[in-house]
Design a protein around this ligand. Structure first.
Ligand SMILES: *Cc1c(COP(=O)(O)O)cnc(C)c1O
Length: 502
């Protein structure tokens, strides 16, 4: 519901029900909201109220205030949780729930139609060819892990991103774990990792009993800060304790600044594991994101730009590393007719059925990138007049997939406003999330060292506290996106007034 439609539903309580009936018909939302001179909600007027007034032959000049009906309207406070709202709807069998603030002023209207059509942050989007590959797997009885689709998916993905070799695995997390083992991470080693990321980037450091050191973001890409990385290396060299590797994360569909970061790692002769779980399809200076590290990882989890429902890929130009990844991911079996084992292995291989889904998805990857970028552009155009809203930047030379459309709010009260915005969206069954909570702020990593972008400048914390991610799926319809935009505008333009007054 746009701000205009919402405003058009507010009527004065001293309106006659005959006039209200005409407005109810014109606005066509099935409800009017009668308010007093202070904007407090006094009652609702619905199609049902109109029917009852007719049947009881109430004169059309009777004021809404005097109309028989509910003495106290059904409403929720703006702090109500989605489940409280659902319970109220079920209890009263209503299709609209007005929302009031702590002083009783009408601030919002929830419709059950909205609630029944949840808008997700990023939902799976199948193409036309997945089922063909999956059926082939069934028909040929290749249901096991391994099989022709796994081999083909690996080849096709490696070709798509311009990397020599790929191993299809059960998840991106498994791929990171194997990547760390392949780079020789031992118990007690340190591993540098971007702080602003999903926990799956660094949980595998703990699987290896190694110690994470977290590096802040820089404002231009939101990815690892070269300045912070430089200082982390200087400190490590002073302590004679260089990290075994650096996990460079590419967030929200955008590559980190490789030209600034890679030379630092090379100077210290420390390999890079690129976490490209969120950036498949992105490019940096003409090259595919995920083609920069000694090893790189993609994810095909359900919310990623393409999905196998669950899965991951480890890629590298080093054939030996990938061959070893395949071995470790299938219980580390030695070459022998019997089952011979010299080292610990894992059950991390992708199944042939899921690889079939992946092959179909890979064929629409470029289209998905265009669709996600289009979603971003529509948000950008629709909210261009909000001066304190900043989209995640896309520096020159970067092509972001806009896997998620993210923004920050600037100025005083931005954090509170982000939280309020998220609550409002959740009331309308729209999934909006804060930017990742940085790892150096997580209780799990409370003892891990952290290097901020500059003295007293904690960029990742700032992004978390003032940043939000919007529904960004490639299958988001324009109507759904308009719903998101309308609610965003309502909150952000109303705060324009308050900000102007402040
Ligand atoms: C999704 C994700 C992963 C993990 O991938 P899974 O396939 O879900 O295990 C790792 N890192 C980042 C940054 C991610 O977003």
């Amino acid at each position: 519901m746009t701000p205009q439609v919402f405003e058009s539903l507010k009527v004065p309580i001293n309106l006659s029900w005959g006039e209200a009936a005409i407005l109810l018909n014109d606005t066509a939302q099935g409800v009017l909201l009668a308010v007093d001179s202070t904007g407090s909600l006094i009652r609702t007027f619905t199609d049902g109220d109109m029917r009852r007034a007719l049947l009881q032959s109430v004169p059309v000049t009777t004021l809404l205030a005097d109309l028989p009906g509910r003495d106290t309207p059904i409403y929720v406070r703006d702090t109500a949780t989605p489940s409280e709202i659902q319970a109220l709807i079920a209890q009263h069998g209503i299709s609209h729930v007005p929302v009031v603030d702590d002083s009783g002023r009408l601030v919002d209207l929830i419709t059950t139609r909205d609630l029944s059509q949840r808008i997700w942050l990023s939902s799976p989007h199948l193409g036309d060819e997945e089922s063909v590959f999956v059926e082939e797997a069934f028909r040929t009885n290749w249901i096991a892990p391994l099989g022709p689709h796994v081999d083909a998916f690996e080849r096709e993905l490696a070709t798509h991103v311009g990397v020599g070799h790929a191993a299809a695995l059960s998840s991106g997390t498994a791929a990171i774990h194997l990547g760390l083992l392949l780079l020789g991470v031992q118990p007690g080693d340190t591993v540098f990792c971007s702080s602003l990321t999903f926990v799956a980037s660094c949980n595998p450091i703990l699987y290896c009993n190694a110690l994470p050191v977290f590096i802040d973001s820089e404002p231009d890409t939101w990815n690892m800060s070269p300045r912070a990385l430089e200082r982390a290396f200087e400190a490590a060299r002073r302590e004679n304790r260089l990290p075994r590797c650096v996990i460079l994360v590419n967030l929200y569909g955008q590559s980190a600044d490789m030209e600034a970061l890679l030379p630092i790692c090379e100077r210290y002769n420390v390999p890079v594991l690129e976490d490209a779980a969120e950036s498949l399809g992105a490019r940096y200076k003409g090259r595919a994101s995920g083609s920069f590290g000694q090893l790189a990882v993609y994810s095909f989890n359900g919310n990623k730009i393409i999905t196998t429902s669950g899965g991951g890929m480890l890629v590298s130009d080093d054939a030996k590393l990938i061959a070893r990844a395949r071995k470790l991911s299938t219980q580390a079996r030695e070459v022998a007719p019997h089952y011979e084992h010299e080292e610990v292995g894992f059950n991390y291989r992708m199944s042939n059925v899921l690889a079939g889904i992946g092959r179909g998805q890979l064929r629409v990857l470029d289209e998905r990138v265009r669709q996600r970028r289009r979603v971003f552009e529509r948000y950008q155009q629709a909210l261009a007049d909000i001066p304190f809203l900043r989209w995640m930047p896309e520096p020159k030379g970067c092509l972001s997939t806009r896997w998620l459309t993210c923004f920050t709010l600037e100025g005083e009260g931005a954090t509170a406003q982000c939280r309020a915005l998220m609550r409002l969206m959740e009331r309308h069954s729209i999934e909006v999330r804060p930017v990742w909570k940085p790892m150096h702020l997580q209780p799990l990593f409370r003892n891990a060292p952290y290097f901020p972008h500059a003295d007293g400048v904690d960029v990742s914390r700032q992004l978390f506290e003032t940043g939000l991610c919007l529904p960004s799926g490639s299958n988001l319809s324009e109507a759904q996106q308009d719903r998101v935009i309308a609610h965003l505008r309502r909150v952000l333009t109303s705060s324009l007034d308050t900000r102007a007054l402040a």
